[in-house]
Write a protein that binds this ligand. Structure first.
Ligand code: ATP
Ligand code: MG
Length: 878
């Protein structure tokens, strides 16, 4: 079976068991402060487990793009070194979301276990004698017994001695420090040849990091909620959450000993062989690891960029940059390839995955460009790092490289410690390893203390109920608090409140969160911000009201919301106008919709010209004046795409989407933000800047409504002031004239000065004295710049042989000196202009200077000693 057929077989199997097949969520996570990237299939369903929402389908299956290079799961350093951990991988999953109201819709241990067995052994035909399963042995501290139920279900299918007991670490799954959790059962496959299998019993190798005895599937049974104090509470509804590593499954079914020998990766590896003229031999050599690293990392980097996360110097962007740099280091050091390589692989994987994850193929040129520029810039850094390394070890033939230097190479130049170690050992040096470790640890501590958030348990005030957002139409409602909790970030204490009904828009889709007030009786509390945690709307306040379980009036700050809304609708107009003016290739790459400004990032490879900006501005303002109604409708996603809605990659949408249409022929977008009913309300739109943010991404900043008007009126006032200053009604013309006049004057002054210098030069030639067969000219002259002294010196050179010249000037009360010495005199007498300036001249004029042996200059505070300067130099000649 090909990998494509295997993926399909999984999905078809669960479809036949009543599961709805859903698309992968983006790999980049939004609206979840605890997670940067999707690291498990269940992430996109967190709300269902937390009880914030009920799933529209009780049973779901999919293949999910996952990335495990940050936070709780970080496999980065293993990747490529071993053959079965990836940065990005596909997790095949099936779910049952329990609903207390519909107990028969879902399923639990019995069905999950039976189906996983049926799929693996009946449909996919994995030999039963190669499989082992593990079940949770129980945990005394948590008061949890052995998972008898799971064990009993397994006994129906598999020999009892293949059911192993696993501890809390391997067989009890938790979402985080707190939250839903439960026992799990893992399925392991023994892929060793028969001969080896006879020699050592497979069950002794399960969970022992054996490269051929690997875990392929984990079935989690969510039945508890972990509280902050560590205790466990039963969940109101039980859920099934499973995850199977797609690449590992393919490897088992294709009878390979390494994931990289399957058709998931062989295409990329062949492409790398062609580019580098090297062969992949599947060994443990650095060269073979480099092949695996490239085949793996290009997927992670390309798909995250396609999902909207650009490489950058912090947060999620930095994680991507680190993966990319690891790949560059490997091809640079071990494939001996010193040009951008990764970007050349983008077309290969775009083609390979176009039917499963089309987002890459559709943005291929953009993704490739971003990767190429990152590679180029890091290759330059690497070169610089190698130079720095040279400096650090230069002159030494043996010894130790300080820990802090190794850390600098790591931190500033991206050198992994093993590369530094390698170069050091080539120079018979070692690294101060404990010193390096200490520097690393210190950095980790710094970044940890900057980001720790201490979150307490939710305190329930009223019964849990689905939160209703009414803020599209109402900005003032009466409601009550459902629950609250305390959070501490960087020592600052805040409370998060959840309201039953809320008019507050929570930050999302680029639009900032609302602020406003909550009034409990006589007590009024500010809402500082509104955020989403998954789908839960959270209001941030500094203190709790005395009467938290009483009625509350929630009121949004009106003016701020209105200005934000103008900017949001204008952002849609801007997006459509950019497509009209620049072409269909432009796509939104991020946006900020705030009350005072709107910022829009767009994929485009060149600077947007002033002319193009003006046309965009004109179109948007025409659409505003046309006062077009903004029509908002909810509909299934497929229907929206047929209407031509701009589907923004990297946005996670439910089955039903909100479509915002401003003239069906102009702008149709999926959007959850707030909008004006008619475009005329926006009033006015001005672009205030255009700049580059990243490779192939341009940023436009613009203003609307009152802010746009203020901006223009201030500009006009400034222009009027200029006119008053120039005493004209047409400042532009007056300034043009001023500039022309100034250039003409400068030219004239230059000519006059040149003439004057010729006169001075002739006078100086008259003063020439011969001292010990050398021409000496020493004089105080009248010039207006130190540069004129230099010019005079060079001019005099053309008229003299064997000379020493010292020219001084008092320029605005300060001393300027130039000393020139002929080559012949430098050679014969050992006179050096630079030394003369430093030793004789500088002290006399209380200043400093320097230059060449033949010409040097100085400037100083003391202009009264110029004659002494001449005398001192003259004295050197006798
Ligand atoms: P392992 O112990 O092998 O790292 P895990 O316990 O971290 O696996 P889970 O979190 O249970 O794995 O994830 C479910 C499945 O996803 C695993 O059974 C495995 O097949 C797959 N998987 C996990 N991590 C990776 C990875 N880094 N690369 C590829 N597949 C993975
Ligand atoms: Mg793991």
């Amino acid at each position: 079976m090909t990998s494509t057929e295997i993926r399909q077989a999984f999905l078809d199997f669960f479809k036949s068991k009543g599961h709805e097949i859903v698309p992968s969520a983006p790999i980049v996570v939004k609206n979840d402060p605890t997670l940067m990237f999707t690291n498990a299939g269940m992430n996109q369903f967190k709300d269902y487990f937390l009880g914030n929402r009920q799933s529209p389908y009780p049973r779901v299956a999919d293949t999910q793009k996952c990335l495990r290079v940050s936070g709780k799961h970080n496999d980065l350093e293993e990747v490529g070194v071993d053959t079965y951990h990836h940065t990005m991988f596909e997790m095949l999953g099936n779910w049952s979301f329990g609903d207390p109201a519909l107990p028969t819709a879902g399923y639990f241990k019995k069905e999950a276990i039976a189906w996983s067995w049926e799929l693996l052994t009946e449909v996919l035909k994995i030999p039963k004698d190669r499989l082992y399963v593990s079940v949770f042995e129980g945990d005394e501290k948590d008061g949890l017994p052995f998972d008898e139920e799971a064990a009993d279900e397994w006994k129906k299918w598999i020999a009892e001695d293949r059911i192993l007991k696993g501890n809390k670490k391997d067989n009890f799954w938790e979402m985080g420090d707190t939250g839903p959790c439960g026992p799990c059962t893992e399925i392991h496959v023994d892929c060793r040849p028969d001969e080896e299998r006879r020699q050592a019993d497979g069950k002794t190798l399960v969970n022992a990091d054996h490269p051929q005895v690997i875990e392929i599937w984990n079935n989690v049974f969510m039945q508890f909620n972990r509280l902050k104090d560590g205790s466990l509470q039963p969940l109101p509804a039980k859920h099934v959450d499973t995850g199977m590593g797609f690449e590992r499954l393919v490897r088992v079914l294709q009878n390979k000993t390494s994931n990289y020998d399957t058709d998931v990766f062989t295409g990329t590896i062949a492409a790398v062989e062609k580019i580098t003229h090297k062969k992949y031999d599947g060994s443990d050599s650095k060269q073979a690891i480099a092949f695996r690293v490239l085949a793996d990392h290009i997927r992670a980097v390309a798909f995250t960029i396609a999902d909207g996360q650009l490489p950058s110097s912090n947060g999620a962007g930095y994680v991507i940059r680190r993966i990319l740099r690891r790949a560059v280091r490997y091809y640079y050091s071990y494939l001996n390839y010193q040009q951008p390589l990764l970007n050349q692989l983008v077309p290969v994987i775009a083609e390979q995955f176009k039917d499963v994850f089309p987002e890459l193929e559709q943005q291929q040129a953009f993704v490739r460009k971003v990767i190429k520029e990152e590679e180029e810039s890091f290759l330059r850094t690497l070169e610089k790092g190698l130079k720095r390394m040279d400096e650090l070890i230069s002159g030494k033939t043996a010894g130790t490289l300080a820990g802090k230097d190794a850390f600098e190479l790591y931190d500033t130049y991206g050198f992994p410690i093993d590369l530094t170690r390698l170069i050091a050992s080539e120079n018979n040096m070692t690294i101060d390893e404990p010193g390096f470790e200490a520097a690393m640890q210190e950095q980790k501590n710094r970044s940890r203390s900057a980001t720790t958030v201490d979150t307490e348990d939710w305190q329930q005030v009223h019964a849990e109920a689905p939160v209703t957002f009414v803020g599209y139409n109402d900005l003032n409602v009466s409601t009550r608090v459902i629950k609250y909790r305390k959070v501490k970030t960087k020592g600052k204490e805040q409370y998060q409140l959840v309201l039953e009904t809320t008019p507050f828009y929570a930050e999302s889709g680029g639009q900032i969160g609302d602020t406003g007030t909550l009034t409990f009786g006589n007590e009024r509390i500010r809402v500082n911000d509104t955020k989403k945690e998954n789908e839960l709307i959270i209001h941030l306040v500094d203190k709790l009201p005395a009467d938290i379980d009483g009625p509350v009036t929630a009121v949004v700050d009106l003016e701020k919301r209105l200005n934000t809304t103008y900017n949001h609708t204008a952002t849609h107009l801007l997006h459509a106008a950019l497509k009209e003016v620049l072409g269909a290739h432009v796509n939104q790459k991020g946006s900020l919709v705030a009350p005072d400004v709107l910022r829009f990032d767009v994929s485009h490879f060149a600077k947007i010209t002033d002319e193009e900006l003006r046309r965009v501005e004109m179109i948007v303002n025409e659409k505003i004046r046309a006062n077009i109604p903004v029509v908002i409708k909810e509909m299934p996603k497929e229907e929206a795409l047929q209407l031509g809605a701009m589907a923004l990659f990297g946005e996670k949408y439910g089955a039903v989407v909100r479509v915002v249409t401003i003239d069906p022929h102009f702008s149709v977008e999926l959007c959850g933000g707030t909008h004006v009913p008619q475009t005329g309300m926006i009033g006015l739109f001005v672009i205030i800047s255009e700049s580059a943010v990243a490779a192939g991404v341009r940023r436009i900043e613009a203003l609307t409504g009152p802010a746009a008007f203020r901006y223009i009126s201030e500009k006009i006032a400034g222009y009027k002031q200029v006119g008053e200053l120039l005493k004209t009604a047409d400042p532009l013309k007056a300034i043009e004239k001023l500039i022309t006049d100034k250039t003409a004057l400068e030219k004239k002054v230059e000519r006059l000065e040149a003439k004057e210098l010729v006169g001075i030069r002739n006078e100086l030639l008259q003063k020439d004295e011969i001292i010990n067969q050398v021409n000496f000219i020493g004089a105080i002259v009248e010039v207006s710049t130190p540069d004129a002294l230099k010019k005079l010196c060079s001019d005099l050179k053309n008229h003299l042989r064997d000379f020493v010249i010292v020219l001084c000037a008092n320029i605005g009360g300060k001393a300027a000196v130039a000393v020139a010495v002929a080559d012949t005199v430098v050679a014969a007498k050992g006179l050096d202009a630079g030394q003369v300036i430093k030793q004789q001249v500088a002290p006399l004029i209380r200043g400093g200077g320097g230059g060449q042996k033949t010409l040097a200059t100085a400037g100083g505070q003391e202009a009264g000693n110029l004659q002494q300067v001449i005398d001192a130099v003259k004295k050197l000649m006798s």
